[in-house]
Design a binder for this molecule. Sequence first.
Ligand SMILES: NC(=O)c1ccc[n+]([C@@H]2O[C@H](COP(=O)([O-])OP(=O)(O)OC[C@H]3O[C@@H](n4cnc5c(N)ncnc54)[C@H](O)[C@@H]3O)[C@@H](O)[C@H]2O)c1
Ligand SMILES: CC(C)[C@H](C(=O)O)[C@@H](O)C(=O)O
Ligand SMILES: [Mg+2]
Length: 359
Amino acid sequence: MSDIKKIAVIDGDGIGPEVVAEAKKVLRKTEELFGYQFEIEHGLFGGIAIDEKGTPLPQETLEMCKNSDAVLLGAVGGPKWDNNSKELRPETGLLGIRKELGLFSNIRPAVVFDCLKEASTLKPEVLDGTDLIVVRELTGGIYFGEKFRRNTEFGEEAVDTCAYNVMEVERIVRQAFEIAKTRRKKLASVDKANVLESSRLWRETVNRLAPEYPDVELEHVLVDNCAMQLLRRPSSFDVIVTENMFGDILSDEAAMLTGSIGMLSSASLGEGSFGLYEPVHGSAPDIAGQGKANPIATILSVALMFKLSFGYQKAGDLIEKAVKNVLDYGHRTGDISTDQTNVLSTSQMGDQIIAAMKK
Ligand SMILES: NC(=O)c1ccc[n+]([C@@H]2O[C@H](COP(=O)([O-])OP(=O)(O)OC[C@H]3O[C@@H](n4cnc5c(N)ncnc54)[C@H](O)[C@@H]3O)[C@@H](O)[C@H]2O)c1
Ligand SMILES: CC(C)[C@H](C(=O)O)[C@@H](O)C(=O)O
Ligand SMILES: [Mg+2]
């Protein structure tokens, strides 16, 4: 096969390098199985880039990403950089890379594996059949609105603004409707339209587009209610579309339906086939460097990359099947183990998944 895919790989901080190492093993295994060719380049990003280059998002890393077909990212951040000024924070690099690459759509699937129901904090019967996707707007809202501080008679005041324009809402909502069309045809649009002006525009836009998707059943859910319904009736959700910060919070909540945040993969997409793939979790400083991290979120992010950026459907399915088989067999990292016996390390879990990858 002559079609060489260029993948920019960014380890990041904390458990980032540990989980990315396992995802790379999976990439190599698919080369072997399917004859794919991947050209992997590494770039510095996040805290380590601050330490070595004086900025969380070095220009050469950004260029490397722009010149690739997809990006695989571990996670960034950690206590070492928590008190830095905004420009010297790993998270600022993360927002920067999303914006610079035009990745306005963040797809976060939360699928409950039957054999992991016991690992969740919820009752197994509540979780039955849970298979949802959070479609999170990623380059707008309060994350990117004007921010400043000013002095008032009551002391210093900090201001973050939340702004959305129609174009921004329309493109993410259309994508969510399109995804819903390929699934169980249910879309929950989550907002806070009883309070926020940006949410009112959001809801008006959703309602204006809805007649174009007559086969998709639409419900509007206020975000506080959604947070509650996700725990009460998770299996009733199919696709959830929401703005940036609500999506951040709800996807971490959805992670716990699956048993652990170490299970949740994500794809960040723009207009074309290019995408950035990363686990939903962060750099987990509390377990970093100990071989305790669950690599499944990152490995499943590779499966998403194959399907959404490369059109390698079969290989993506094969990775997902291997993960399922390994879990069905009873292999567990600490975060998804109910009794903490026979817990696998990060690399042992990666090895099991690779061993289970058979055509
Ligand atoms: N995309 C990203 O790079 C990203 C995402 C979220 C948080 N962060 C950053 O990560 C740092 C830590 O944030 P946090 O502690 O709030 O969230 P976190 O997701 O890193 O960790 C939350 C908890 O989940 C556990 N956990 C996370 N991933 C795991 C995995 N793969 N296997 C097993 N357990 C796992 C951690 O040990 C921790 O107890 C912060 O600096 C934050 O800004 C980065
Ligand atoms: C680290 C942080 C900036 C980031 C976000 O809030 O988007 C993270 O929580 C995520 O979910 O990817
Ligand atoms: Mg988050």
